[in-house]
Design a protein around this ligand. Sequence first.
Ligand code: ACO
Length: 331
Amino acid sequence: MPRTAIAGTGYYVPERVVTNHDLTLLMATSDEWIVERTGIRERRWVPEGMSGAEMAKRASLMALEAAGLVPADVDAIVLGTLNPDHFAPGTGVFLQRELGMAGVPAIDIRAQCSAFVYGLSIADAFIRSGQYRTILLVGVEIQSTGIDVSTRGRDIAVLFGDGAGAAVLTATEDQDRGVLSTHLHADGRFAEMLWVEFESGKHHPRITADMIHEGRHFPSMNGKEVFKHAVVRMPEAVEEALAANGLGVGDLDLVIPHQANLRITQMVQRRLGLSDAQVVSNIHKYGNTTAATIPIALAEAVREGRLERGDLLCLVAFGSGFTWGSALVRW
Ligand code: ACO
């Protein structure tokens, strides 16, 4: 049975840097509050008119080039985002069109911050089953156009940023490398802890002027509950992945956690007893880019030389849903 190798990675973040100071001009907040509670110093926001598909295309072309491939080599696209360019169809087909890949399937997944790990699991199953040999896996997010940048929305607005990350996955017969396992979880009892209530398919009309006035089309979050669950579920998911492979924390070379918040990453690191060198963090530069955090961090780690052939890499995510999961990869 073939295994899934990560043959190339890429990322794109918009040029526009928005610092914590910039946010203080829009809402009652401060650099100290944001840095102390989240570790974020700046994030990127898209320029007017830039689509998620455009960012995804740039990240994808970088990943394809790194893999020595072109769009015509790809058998399927798997794309995760919680902020699609349109309610329907999903962003996957717009990326497919941008890349000139008519005919190739485009699968959109809705797993929020866990989308890249969920997508890797789906793509890995396709590759191991022999259905596809080369899959483009993308996480992309435009948060800046959907957040309340007034004081009312400050708890969320300071956290999020825009960006895209991509990985090209290829079938390999080499049993000593590739995706070793993926483990996925969800608990819908907590769906409203971090959600975007409207517009809503179950309401008629889907959105009203009153709802917009009340800000119910913006994401809302119970930050303390999210924090509490994230710092338990992420270490659990790493341990589950290791146990399933007969490995221990000492075998890990690199962990790339979803970049939700530096405090969450630090607590996950402490609970697992990992060193700074074993854990990737870039949240100070980009904030939380939801589905894009893991592939952006992976692409940066590759370019910084933090992964060598044979290294044991763990990707771990937690997010809205709640959804969470992990993937163990022999690089
Ligand atoms: N600037 C200044 N003050 C703020 C801000 C802000 N941006 N946001 C909230 N406050 C105020 C609140 O209004 C509150 O004021 P009050 O005491 O007068 O009512 C005070 O700060 C404390 O608010 P809390 O919500 O209690 O702040 P807390 O210490 O819990 O920190 C935070 C909030 C950072 C969101 C924290 O709960 C957290 O890290 N949660 C995890 C959530 C997260 O990371 N989500 C990311 C998305 S989910 C994911 O990716 C897994």
